[in-house]
Structures are given as structure tokens and as C-alpha cells.
Write a protein that binds this ligand. Structure first.
Ligand code: AMP
Length: 285
């Protein structure tokens, strides 16, 4: 596995790996890898010829009061996991390697970046879109793999790729969960034992909302079911509960006639957990 710490090393690795038309799969991450990340690597391994993973805790997607400094890191463990998955190259830049001191150019999906998580975390999706564009330019992948766990992020990246004719096939992969339903996340290790015990309430709430919608009970009733399922988790601060069109993330009427996505953001102390589930509402008879 080639370990690239500079952009020049990454570009050289990309050139070598792409010889004779080998198809390149890219898996961008912020490290502290778990089975969700590895599922993306395995999909890339199965669908492309050469796999490049990146580990970069991107400062531009964190707000000034967010958890950049406390975001978990364990590079040695990550490298061992990537080696075991037969990853061909990994890019591990320092922030100073990624961004020139006077960098001023950004990529932004102007509407999508401001709603939902973008409203809770101003500037977050501009940071994501900009760094993913840079990673695409550095690695010129055929396919890039992202998790549906970060549903709005996936929508932002798909929109950006379409709007800017980037020519990368974006693959969105299913959310991996613990046995109790909690979506795997690098941030889960920062939960206290008591918060960890309550955190599966997110998934239960999503299932309750999905069941309400699929029984034809409408968006307002689904919202009530979701909030009721979260009520017992007294350490949880519900930041947002949204039910949106699964394709466009647009607002939906109470009786939607196309698939919707239920998006939850719940804080346990300073750990913000997000999760989502798609539901196909039952059409009124
Ligand atoms: P992160 O390191 O959190 O930026 O995540 C890197 C990639 O892994 C993103 O595309 C995430 O959507 C994806 N990912 C994170 N958690 C999961 C999960 N539980 N299941 C599947 N993919 C995930």
C-alpha cells in the first residue's frame, strides 16, 4: 500500500495505479475507521481495479465551536485496517499540505448547503464540497464511494458532480449499524456510557416514523411518532427532525406521493449524531 503524504506523491501514485486503463475507486474518509468505512472500501474493491482511500480531518468543514480538536484519530490502526483490505494507496495530508495559506476558492451548492444540517452547521457543506472537489482533482477517480449515513452530504456531492460536469460516478452505500441499531460513526466513541445506552433511540425513532408513513398516516403523524420515540432518551437534545423528498430534499406535503427521507440530528452533550431512513409513504386509497 502506497502511503502518500503530499499531493505530489498522490498524483504520482494515481498515475501508476491507472496504467493500462485500470479503473480507480476513491473512498474519502476522516479516519478512525469502522465497519461503515470498510464497507465502502469493499464496494470499491469489488467494483473497480485500484482503490485509493483518503484520511483527512478537514478543518474547513468544522465550525469554530465544533469538535475538530477532539475528533478521534488513530492513524496506525487505520493504516493496518486499510492494508488488510488491500487498499492500493492512502492519502494522509496535513492541513497545510491540503490548503495554501491564501486559499480563497470554494465550491458550494448554494441551496442544498443551507438547509437541514447546513442550517445547523453553517459552512459545513461548503467545506465538504471544496475538499471533495480537491480530492477528485488529485485522484481523478472513475467511481467515488460515500455512505447514505450522511444523506445530505451524498445529495450535495451528487448535485455538485452533476452541476460541474465532474465526470465521476458517485456510489451511495447503505448505512452500517451496531446490533442495537446505532449507526456506526467515528464520533460514537465520544459518547458517555449513559448516552451510548440511549443512542439507539435514534434508529427506533426512524423506524417508528417509517412505519407511520408506510401505514399512510402522513408526515405530521410520523413526526409525532418520531418525537415520542425520542422522549425517553433524556440525555438527548433533538436538534432537528425532517421529512423531505428523498431525491431533492425539498419539503413535502402531509401525504407525499413519492419516497421521502426521514433525517434526524440529535445531540448528546457536544456529540452530534445524525441518522436517516427512507420511507415509501402509502398512497391514500
Ligand atoms: P467520515 O469519516 O465520517 O467522513 O465518513 C467517511 C465516509 O464513510 C462517508 O462517505 C460516510 O458517509 C461513510 N460512512 C460513515 N458512517 C457510515 C456507516 N455507518 N455506514 C456506511 N457508511 C458510513
Amino acid at each position: 500500500m502506497r502511503i502518500c503524504r503530499t499531493k505530489a506523491e498522490l498524483r504520482a501514485a494515481r498515475t501508476d495505479l491507472g496504467l493500462r486503463g485500470a479503473r480507480i475507486g476513491l473512498v474519502p474518509t476522516m479516519g478512525y475507521l469502522h465497519d461503515g468505512h470498510l464497507s465502502l472500501i469493499r464496494a470499491a474493491r469489488a467494483e473497480t481495479d485500484r482503490v485509493i482511500a483518503t484520511i483527512f480531518v478537514n478543518p474547513t468543514q468544522f465550525g469554530p465551536t465544533e469538535d475538530l480538536a477532539s475528533y478521534p484519530r488513530d492513524t496506525d490502526r487505520d493504516l493496518a485496517l486499510l492494508r488488510a483490505e488491500n487498499v492500493d494507496a492512502v492519502f494522509l495530508p496535513e492541513p497545510g499540505e491540503m490548503y495554501a495559506e491564501d486559499a480563497e476558492t470554494v465550491v458550494e451548492t448554494t441551496e442544498l448547503a443551507g438547509v437541514l444540517i447546513g442550517a445547523l452547521r453553517p459552512g459545513h457543506f461548503r467545506g465538504v464540497a471544496t475538499v471533495v472537489t480537491k480530492l477528485f482533482n488529485l485522484t481523478r477517480p472513475d467511481r467515488a464511494y460515500f455512505g447514505q449515513k450522511d444523506y445530505q452530504q451524498l445529495c450535495v456531492i451528487r448535485r455538485m458532480v452533476r452541476d460541474l460536469d465532474i465526470g465521476v460516478e458517485v456510489r451511495g452505500m447503505p448505512t452500517r449499524r451496531e446490533c442495537d441499531g446505532l449507526a456506526l460513526s467515528s464520533r460514537n466513541v465520544r459518547l458517555t456510557a449513559a448516552a451510548r445506552a440511549q443512542a439507539p433511540a435514534l434508529y427506533r425513532a426512524l423506524l417508528a416514523g417509517q412505519a407511520a408513513l408506510e401505514a399512510g398516516r402522513g408526515v405530521a403523524a410520523a413526526q409525532d411518532a418520531i418525537r415520542a420515540a425520542l422522549a425517553d432518551a433524556d440525555l438527548a437534545l433533538v436538534r432537528s427532525v425532517d421529512i423531505r423528498d428523498a431525491q431533492s430534499l425539498a419539503q413535502v406535503p402531509d401525504r407525499p406521493d413519492a419516497p421521502v427521507v426521514i433525517l434526524l440530528a440529535v445531540a448528546f452533550g457536544d456529540v452530534l449524531l445524525i441518522d436517516n431512513l427512507v420511507a415509501t409513504p402509502k398512497r391514500p386509497a
